[in-house]
Ligand binder design. Sequence first.
Ligand code: GLC
Ligand code: CA
Length: 575
Amino acid sequence: MENAFQKDTPKIFMEKPIWWKDEVVYQIYPKSFYDSNNDGIGDIKGITQKLDYLEKLGITMLWICPIFTSPMVDNGYDISDYKGIQPEFGTMADFDELLTAAKKRGIKIILDLVVNHSSDEHVWFQSALNDPTSKYRNYYIFKKGKNASPPNNWRSIFGGSVWEKVPNEENMYYFHTFDKKQPDLNWENPILRQEIYDMINWWLEKGISGFRIDSITFIKKDQDYADVTPDGADGLASVKHKGRNRPGIKDFLTELNRETFQKYECVSVGEAPGVTYEEYDQYIGHNGYFNMIFDFHYADIDVESGSEWFRRTNWQVKELKDQIFKSQEAIQRNGWGANFLENHDQPRSISKYINDPKYQNDIGAKALGTLFFFLRGTPFIYQGQELGMKNFIRETIADFNDVSSLDNYQRSMLEGFTSKEALEFVNQRSRDNSRTPFQWNASETAGFSESTSPWLKVVGDHKTINAELQMEQEDSVFYYYKKMIQLRNSSKYRDTLIYGEFVPVNTNDYIIAYERIIDTETIQVVINLRNQASFIDGISGEILLNNYSEITCERNGLKLQPYQALVLRKDKNHE
Ligand code: GLC
Ligand code: CA
């Protein structure tokens, strides 16, 4: 069979670098990874000290969440100096040291680029606020109110109006898509855009390999700033309607790409919520704005909206499967995927995707790992996912740090839920779930820090789930991830698993199965995503990975145990 991808690959390779297809990315939330000086907060030196661990796992690139100077209202997604390092994380010298040490081991580093907004403590914003005639006024969005109310009824992502009243000025407001301490930058202003491009290029010159680009679909707002029909009990309407992926964004993103990423052989990974599959060509196509973007369609399968956790769904495996297939097919038609199960905004995957608590264990962690890891695209592993870390259960809202958790708690009650129900929604979805201290060992604070009061409490299950223990057990989740990485990147199936075509396989409603194909080589990935055994027809071949120690062959197929996952090399005579 002639394969379209093989034919294309060399051509694309000559025109633009595609080294990033081969990477396996590990996402680090620095505040929670490893605390080198025992002040209770993870830091840059902590990452450097754990490079051995990361090298052993086999990942090839790190994405480090924001480490820039910040008041830390949104844990670094509120930047007050784009070229500075937040003191609790360390210094620029620490960062340079990390970059060099990682490079020595063949590990690349990408950083988080947060340019939809800055912190209100950025000197640009302070100048804009203190002097209405300053040139920085036009770096942000200031507008007059209407009849003693804010300029419109848009709701910010973290709750409440997108408008914050300017103190000491009559009837004047500034705009924030997220928290009021995260004022939006005014992308309509070419001078601001140029400042941003210079800053990006400054970092690229330093030798980082690229960026994950935060909330980038919010940079264009409908310039009429008109009211929208309310969509919640607070009388407001989500900013998404008129402030996310709006007409005109094309010009900004084309320019951003041309002035920065394109000039370097860097990788650009967009966090681009709200992009439809019809628009994928513009975003990740041959001349796309980015090399890849995260697709959130199935990450938010348990809720109707990723920012309103009280609207829960009763999702079924069949829907998850349909959504994964739809996503993969759209990505394959247009470009390349950035595949993930978890990140710092999502709950732990075992807790989200596995309904039966009995299988929220090693078996479940490996099953989910298998499901996502071999999809076509670059896999992103979030810290602790490789150990099968899980959600916590907090008894009081006072135990939460995440701004959106506090907002969701309030909004749930405003929508008519009891405080108990509100707390449950927050426990299920809180972004703190994935931000708990990394579990290095079984000691009191999980080996994250010698401080007995880390900035966020540990989950509590680190006696049984921790890196030290898993590195001693051959069948641990850690070693399963290591094997997956080896299989994808350094086995003889590498080309098939990286570049091969994605082909969905028809099965019953509880099994998700797909193939990766190049020429005559076919690798099959099969996952039974329920707590009962399931039968699958017409599958046989050499088993390359199995999250159980055995497999039962029956009739003309396989009997899969609850949450059993397999990677097989399909028998050639089966084609
Ligand atoms: C992105 C980040 C999230 C942050 C938000 C505002 O969604 O992933 O953590 O709160 O942008 O910057
Ligand atoms: Ca520290």
